[in-house]
Design a protein around this ligand. Structure first.
Ligand SMILES: *Cc1c(COP(=O)(O)O)cnc(C)c1O
Length: 506
């Protein structure tokens, strides 16, 4: 455990007319002060504190005199004397704190991350220990807890949102432009156009390419519904391609036979964060005059033979739905491409089809990335590689810990892939998936199924395809189970999932 208390240097600027002491949220404290209080006029032998805060973080500066802080958290215990305003103590949440041995002249300034809230206090030490034990003993592993990202980088996110609020730009503007620039550059592509969501990113590219009724677009049979919906939304016909069993990805060897005179494009989906084998696909597309639209909604940062997903096809669609590897705090998406004309067309279509203000060249729609989401995404983009790294570590733990279990198959990784593990899908031999899923749930382990009903069997597409037409996609829908894997999970949580899966499948 890292230490729950941190000493920091207060920035003190001396001058001819006295000294100026400064503490800033991001540079020093790591949280924003919502409440400031001070302790003074303390009688001899005064003791304060003697309570814990569940979520409040505090920063103590002894401006005059001295005070002793006694901090307890789990096995950690620390006694600190503060007697110099140049050293401040930052205390994280969940600590029991006693303040004692005040000097007579003591003046202690405290900056707190929240306003007063009685329900945040624990005022009895044995109750505090019980609360701590309850937290430590709670073995539940959520499939995903998005609040943890806020706990990790909440200050950065709030500052990003704040900068948009105070800028007065609530549609478009610098926050959107900055994110588009940095995301394009991250992907290794010339252009990124922010749009409302991932489905719109797919849809707008197909529209910009002029794909519509009478045209066919190849789509994997095993994917999130949005991939197919984008095709039907422009009025074109999705032609489904079955997938590989060990990766769940589009089976490139089946594609050539499905290309016909009406085929205009193909949408490889880098499902689960693993890139599709793009070289042969792009080569075939060139020969047959097809466009390649990468659905990279689950593959932010993944690499195919060293190149980022999203930079290889003619265009790519990204989703920043909150659960994705790079997620907003609402809906958001982007189109990424090397093609400046396509980017301009997508931008125009997403802005009502306007060619200039109040003049509409084409029938467009309203599909814009909002600046608050853009600002959040710019902040999170700086952490993406680190987060993807943690995902890979968790995946490596699962691959090692679950490798030798009969009836359980692990996701394959191709030699040319640097996947980003959007999910960790295991396959459980016929008939046992649902039982394992229920047993895991009963043990407090969150899971998901990506996806329980394949595209061709969705009620919205009734009559288009038949059961049995895409056997691998059907088999996967009955055997796949996604285990918790997120950068905010701890290695201990992953180990716990491994232990319980092993126990249940023994
Ligand atoms: C999430 C997702 C989409 C759609 O993104 P939204 O932002 O939810 O519209 C498209 N394709 C795939 C593969 C996805 O996972």
């Amino acid at each position: 455990m890292h230490e729950p208390v941190r000493l920091l240097d207060v920035q003190v600027i001396p001058g001819d007319f006295g000294s100026l002491g400064v503490l800033e949220a991001s540079k020093h404290m790591g949280f924003e002060a919502r409440r400031v209080y001070f302790l003074t006029d303390l009688p001899e032998g005064a003791r304060r504190g003697a309570h814990a805060h569940k979520t409040l973080k505090q920063c103590f500066v002894c401006l005059r005199g001295s005070v002793t802080l006694e901090i307890t958290k789990g096995d950690f215990r620390s006694v600190l004397e503060l007697n110099d305003y140049r050293r401040a103590a930052v205390l994280e949440s969940g600590c029991w704190l006693d303040l004692r041995s005040f000097s007579k002249d003591a003046l202690v300034l405290v900056l707190a991350s929240r306003e007063y809230d009685e329900s945040d206090y624990i005022r009895d030490f044995s109750e505090f220990r019980l609360w701590e034990q309850g937290r430590a003993a709670d073995p539940a592993v959520p499939y995903l807890d998005l609040k943890r990202t806020d706990e990790e980088i909440g200050l950065e996110l709030r500052q990003s949102i704040d900068s948009v609020l105070s800028s007065g730009w609530y549609i478009g503007g610098p926050a959107v432009a900055e994110f588009e620039r940095s995301f394009a550059s991250y992907c290794g592509a010339a252009e990124a156009v922010g749009v409302a969501n991932g489905l719109q990113a797919l849809f707008l590219v197909l529209r910009a390419w002029g794909i519509g009724p009478g045209d066919e677009v190849l789509v994997p049979a095993h994917t999130f519904i949005a991939t197919a919906l984008a095709v039907t939304e422009v009025g074109a016909t999705p032609v489904l391609v079955d997938v590989e069993e060990d990766t769940g990805l589009l089976d490139v060897s089946l594609v050539a036979a499905l290309v016909g005179p009406r085929t205009k494009a193909i949408i490889p989906v880098h499902l689960y964060g693993h890139p599709v084998d793009l070289d042969p696909l792009v080569e075939l597309a060139r020969r047959r005059n097809l466009l390649v639209l990468e659905d990279a909604a689950q593959a932010h940062g993944a690499r195919y033979k060293g190149r980022r997903c999203g930079s290889i096809g003619d265009a790519a669609a990204f989703s920043f739905y909150p659960t994705k590897n790079l997620g907003a705090v609402g809906d958001a998406g982007a189109v990424v491409t090397h093609d400046a004309a396509l980017a301009a067309k997508v931008r125009q279509l997403g802005n009502y089809g306007a060619s200039r203000k109040y003049l509409y060249a084409v029938e467009g729609t309203n599909s814009r990335l909002d600046p608050i989401q853009a600002a959040v995404l710019s902040a999170k983009l700086r952490h993406l590689d680190d987060w993807n790294g943690r995902r890979s570590e968790h995946a490596a733990r699962y691959l090692a810990g679950l490798s030798d279990i009969a009836g359980l198959q692990l996701p394959a990784t191709r030699a040319w892939a640097d996947p980003v593990w959007h999910v960790f899908p295991i396959r459980v031999a016929d008939g046992r998936r649902d039982a394992l899923d229920e047993a895991l749930l009963a043990r407090g382990i969150g899971t998901n199924i990506h996806y329980p009903v394949p595209v061709h069997l969705q009620p919205c597409y009734a009559g288009r395809w038949e059961e049995g037409q895409f056997p691998i996609a059907e088999k996967l829908s009955k055997t796949l189970l996604s285990l918790p894997l997120n950068p905010t999970h701890t290695p201990g949580e992953i180990d716990r999932v491994i232990e319980i899966v092993r126990e249940l499948l023994r």
